[in-house]
Write a protein that binds this ligand. Structure first.
Ligand code: BTN
Length: 272
């Protein structure tokens, strides 16, 4: 692992530190030129270093991880970041972390670029139906401590690689902000805007149990309701029309035989 500082590039950590005015997130930042995976790094930090609000960020990842065991291609120019939360709220509400993360990122993108994003269940951010960002939430439940690591993979100034998608069963087309915006984006300002929004959603809505508000806002920013989709519930392939997102975050589908099916997405949960 290489700690971040190169001669000709501004030090991302210093620049971000100067801009960030958050109260609780980002008080400790681990920044690297290169890391295997910020998610793995955050997940294996010893307790004493993985305090609530710690941010791990890398210019590029050699072995970036996506959801469902997929790899995540992470060249220089993208935002590859993992945030550690030590929530005081109930385990039942952890599921909403991914919804608030996607919302926060979509809002920060509008703020910086004026580009409107849509959200796809459970936690993708799309622009013009192309995936620009994915979120990976890992949860570790120790005897009494809960640790959430939220990984954000956002194609910013890098070439975007298409990935396989579990809602349509197709290879989803990926895009980058630079491609959609037509210009290079200031990564430090964008990162600051994202962390600001995540702090707002985490403290004002998630920690205070306003999960219905998160789901309502998420639905307002999504266009999957009413669309046909294919989704995997474990190994079971579910085909039908999306009817709604329930208050617990589950996807409600109407199948072709008119029966209803509820698909609940679980975060990667592990015990240690
Ligand atoms: C997805 O499959 O849609 C989620 C992708 C999440 C990628 C991010 S990049 C930062 C963090 N580190 C990783 O190895 N993965 C997450």
């Amino acid at each position: 692992m290489v700690k971040l500082t190169t001669a000709n590039e501004p030090d991302f950590k210093t620049e971000l530190g100067k801009l960030l005015k958050t109260n609780r997130l980002g008080k400790s930042i681990h920044a690297f030129d290169e890391q295997d995976s910020t998610q793995d790094y955050a997940n294996t930090l010893p307790n004493i270093e993985s305090v609530h609000g710690t941010i791990v960020i890398a210019r590029k990842q050699k072995r970036g991880k996506g959801r469902m065991g997929r790899s995540w291609i992470s060249p220089e120019g993208g935002l590859w970041m993992s945030i550690i939360f030590r929530p005081e709220f109930s385990v039942n509400n952890i599921i909403f972390t991914q919804f608030m993360g996607a919302l926060a990122i979509a809002e920060a993108i509008v703020e910086i670029t004026d580009i409107r994003c849509t959200l796809k269940w459970p936690n993708d951010v799309l622009i013009n139906e192309k995936k620009v960002c994915g979120i990976l939430v890992d949860v570790s439940l120790e005897s009494k401590d809960k640790v959430i690591v939220m990984g954000v993979g956002l194609n910013v100034n890098n070439e975007a690689s298409s990935v396989n998608d579990n809602l349509t069963d197709n290879s989803i087309i990926a895009t980058s902000l630079k491609k959609e915006y037509g210009n290079k984006i200031d990564l430090v300002h964008l990162t600051k805007a994202i962390i600001d929004r995540i702090e707002y959603y985490y403290y004002d809505l998630l920690s205070t149990g306003k999960t219905l508000e998160i789901i309502d806002l998420w639905k307002k920013n999504s266009d999957i309701i009413g669309k046909r989709g294919i989704v995997y519930d474990g190994n079971e392939k579910v085909v039908g029309k999306v009817i709604d997102i329930d208050k617990d975050g589950s996807l409600l589908m109407k199948l072709d035989d008119s029966s209803m099916k509820r698909v609940t997405f679980y975060t990667n949960t592990f015990f240690r």
